[in-house]
Design a protein around this ligand. Structure first.
Ligand SMILES: Cc1cc2nc3c(=O)[nH]c(=O)nc-3n(C[C@H](O)[C@H](O)[C@H](O)COP(=O)(O)OP(=O)(O)OC[C@H]3O[C@@H](n4cnc5c(N)ncnc54)[C@H](O)[C@@H]3O)c2cc1C
Length: 388
């Protein structure tokens, strides 16, 4: 077993770390107030190859392994985990477009995504629920060479600022389940689209919201994958995105820990540094160990993916564990700063609010554990859900 990153990944990590330290971390809190991303910043990241480095070179990436993209995500997460939504959506959606979009659509859109000129969104969740995602209702019906889409997508990251959306729509009968769903690529300035931004607890610069489709006309050339296969194709990308999300959150936790350890030496109580009290140092030591263990699980998951091996179970494990241990670690860092930690002057409260969103986004702890059980003991683990 070799724990050393290869030269390319190491160089990409250094570039991402420099960018994160210099451009992201200093303005993390100001970006929350802006409520959206600075598009020039996205262009800069694209120019540095920090968006979707995993795309093939012909589409604007560098053909990097998933592990390399995971390392980028971790570094971006340290500076501003909200910016990591750009990497997350671009890699997840970019991967689906590479494999299943018509060639002309892929050739046109992917370089735009990798350069930071086009911010994509993913439309799966609907108002009636996201865990039972295959049971979606947004309708697409044929009209000559086009499709007409009607319905609502809810809880869409970057709804207020994305340029296009990969949307899952029902093309089969209402009860056709996962195999009656087709994916479409829809520009978000198309006639019939309207959108909103939610008043969220955190990740305010991401702009999560709803997207409404009112008879939106989409040419068949913008269908991504075969009819009836849209849900399955999009979900196949989730084993990858789950590991990336874990590293996005763990990066934020790492930043809080790296700021908090030195504080326990600087700050004194009862004539001694805080670090001398095991009631202070042990919870931090535990958090540090848990963050490191979850990070290794994420790396293992990406390594399995890059080597063509099954990794659904590891992805579900780390999608649950990554955000969970990050929330716990950041909470501990906040508490260690005492009253100062509770202030908006320090970033721990913002990291805590931001990371909490990804305990839900892309699948909750419960659905992750269902997948772990299903991968371990088979369909018996989901018998209840299937028969109700
Ligand atoms: C920050 C954030 C970003 C997001 N970004 C996107 C995005 O870009 N695109 C998109 O399509 N969606 C997005 N989502 C939506 C997200 O994927 C859903 O919120 C998630 O899948 C859960 O669905 P739900 O919120 O409707 O909860 P529900 O499905 O209503 O579930 C409610 C609760 O019940 C539990 N539950 C449900 N079924 C079971 C079961 N069988 N066994 C045990 N527990 C169960 C759930 O775990 C949850 O705790 C995002 C959400 C968040 C918070």
């Amino acid at each position: 077993m070799n724990f050393e990153l290869d030269d390319v990944t190491q160089a990409v990590r250094e570039a991402a770390r420099r960018f994160s330290d210099e451009q992201l971390a200093p303005h993390y809190q100001a970006r929350e107030a802006a409520g959206r991303f600075d598009r020039d910043l996205l262009l800069e990241m694209g120019g540095l190859g920090l968006i979707a480095a995993d795309l093939p070179e012909e589409f604007g990436g560098i053909g990097a392994p998933g592990l390399t993209q995971g390392v980028v995500m971790e570094e971006i997460g340290r500076g501003d985990m909200n910016i990591g939504y750009v990497q997350l959506l671009s890699s997840l959606i970019g991967g689906v477009l590479v494999r299943y979009a018509p060639k002309a659509l892929a050739a046109e859109m992917l370089p735009e995504i990798a350069s930071g000129r086009l911010l994509p969104a993913l439309g799966l969740t609907e108002p009636r629920g996201g865990t039972d995602a295959a049971n979606l209702q947004l309708r697409a019906r044929r009209d000559g060479d086009d499709w007409l889409l009607s319905g609502e997508k809810a809880s869409i990251s970057c709804a207020n600022q994305a340029d296009a959306i990969l949307v899952a729509a029902r093309t089969g009968a209402p009860d056709s389940g996962a195999r009656g769903v087709t994916a479409f690529w829809v520009p978000l300035d198309a006639p019939g689209i309207s959108r909103s931004a939610y008043d969220d607890l955190g990740s305010l610069s991401v702009g999560r919201g709803s997207v409404w489709f009112d008879e939106v006309r989409v040419p068949d050339a913008q269908r991504v994958g075969d009819e009836g296969m849209g849900f399955i194709r999009v979900m196949q990308g989730f084993d990858y995105s789950r590991a990336l999300i874990a590293l996005q959150c763990l990066g934020a936790a790492r930043a809080s820990l790296d700021e908090t350890w030195p504080y326990t030496i600087e700050r004194h109580a009862f004539g001694a540094p805080l670090a001398s009290y095991q009631g202070v140092s042990f919870p931090l030591a535990e958090a540090d160990a848990q963050v490191r263990a979850a990070r290794l699980l994420a790396y293992e998951c990406l390594w399995l993916r890059d080597n063509g091996q099954p990794h659904t179970k590891e992805a579900a494990m780390v999608k649950w564990m990554g955000p969970k241990v990050s929330v716990d670690a950041i909470h501990q860092c906040l508490l260690t700063h005492g009253h100062l930690g509770y202030s908006r002057d320090l970033p721990h409260q913002q990291r805590l609010r931001d990371v909490m969103g990804l305990e839900i986004g892309d699948g909750t702890a419960q659905v992750s554990k269902l997948i772990i059980a299903r991968e371990t003991v088979g369909r018996a683990a989901v018998q209840y859900a299937r028969t109700k």
